[in-house]
Design a protein around this ligand. Structure first.
Ligand code: PMV
Length: 326
């Protein structure tokens, strides 16, 4: 039955990191992770089952090769032997913001594709599906603060995100500081695999990060910002330890990133409760109270190419109900 549907999702950033897979095929993580969705930035994706040919359009242009394959293979999972499909997706945030666009992309795709196929799956199942497209995407299905449980099942059915605290339940901000707008030198899957296979720090990361995820979930639920930023920095540093000791090493941190981190420490010494995190790139994100966001952004603006102040975002949602293509 042909049908189409448009869904919208926000990107998220990890407060406690997902870095490493225990199963590459099912895309299962070695550890749990915790994130917050980002309001103001969206990916909007329309999926039509039953077009003339497969077509994938991303940000206004038709893509082919591995980029299109990744999307089409994802649709094969939802309905093996599917008809040709058209996928049109656009993000309204700059890739240069250093935010994982794949998190919102695969969350919006999972929701739009299942609804367009006539399936009304619960958020846990949509999250487990989105995870197979991009790990971090399972967290963008929910809004606000989210825990992605690593799960134990071999088929990944229990490896999905669960909501911790709604977007409006805690008045914090994420200040995204762009120090370098260039593309990633090493993709996340390659970086994770190299870290897992070659870094002597990787087992320590896995052991400690699981504990940090549990702790962070508690701090989120208690709205304890000082506790949360301490855990966030610890998880970030442990992830970076696995990268920098991988063979060959992966170095995302630049001098400008360190300048931002120094400025965050100085703000903290002045009594501002805030902390920093980084992902697979040189840009830095700061978590702080909403009432301190202008001060934090103003302090960091001279050090960066761009600064975005973002509130916690809501869950992925359907923009239009499936329409029969006749
Ligand atoms: O979802 P992926 O495969 O793009 O991996 C994301 C990895 C990090 O952004 C570095 C950490 C995270 O938990 O989002």
């Amino acid at each position: 039955m042909p049908g189409s549907c448009t869904a919208v999702a926000h990107p998220n950033i990890a407060l406690v990191k997902y870095w490493g897979k225990r199963d590459l095929t099912a895309n299962l993580p070695s550890t749990s992770s915790v994130s917050v969705a980002l309001a103001g930035f969206h990916t909007r994706t329309r999926v039509t089952w039953g077009s003339d040919v497969d077509e994938v359009r991303l940000d206004g242009r038709t893509v082919v090769g591995s980029q299109a394959e990744r999307v089409l293979r994802f649709l094969d999972r939802i309905r093996p032997g599917r008809p040709p499909c058209r996928v049109v997706s656009a993000s309204d945030f700059p890739v240069a913001a250093g935010l994982a666009s794949s998190s919102s992309a695969f969350a919006a795709l999972a929701l739009a594709a299942t609804r367009a196929a006539g399936l009304d799956l619960d958020p846990a199942r949509i999250s487990a599906l989105a995870r197979q497209g991009s790990g971090s995407a399972c967290r963008s299905v929910h809004g606000g603060f989210v825990l992605w449980r690593r799960g134990e099942a071999d088929d990944g059915s229990d490896s999905h995100a669960v909501p911790l605290l709604g977007a409006d339940a805690w008045d914090v901000r994420i200040v995204a500081v762009v120090v370098d707008a260039g593309p990633k030198a090493v993709g996340s899957t390659e970086g994770m695999e190299r870290s897992r296979a070659t870094s002597p720090c990787y087992p320590a990361f896995v052991e400690e990060n699981e504990r940090l995820a549990t702790l962070a979930a508690r701090y989120v639920e208690a709205r304890d910002l000082a506790g949360l930023v301490e855990v966030m920095e610890q998880s970030t540093l442990l992830m970076q330890a696995t990268m920098t000791t991988a063979v060959p090493p992966i170095r995302f941190v630049r001098a400008a990133s360190l300048g931002v981190i120094e400025a965050v420490s100085a703000l903290r010494e002045q009594g501002v409760t805030c902390g920093w995190t980084m992902d697979a790139g040189p840009n830095v994100k700061i978590l702080c109270r909403a009432s301190d966001a202008d001060r934090v952004a103003g302090t960091l603006r001279p050090l960066a190419a761009g600064v975005h102040v973002l509130a916690p975002g809501g869950p992925a949602f359907v923009e239009s109900e499936p329409a029969s293509a006749g």
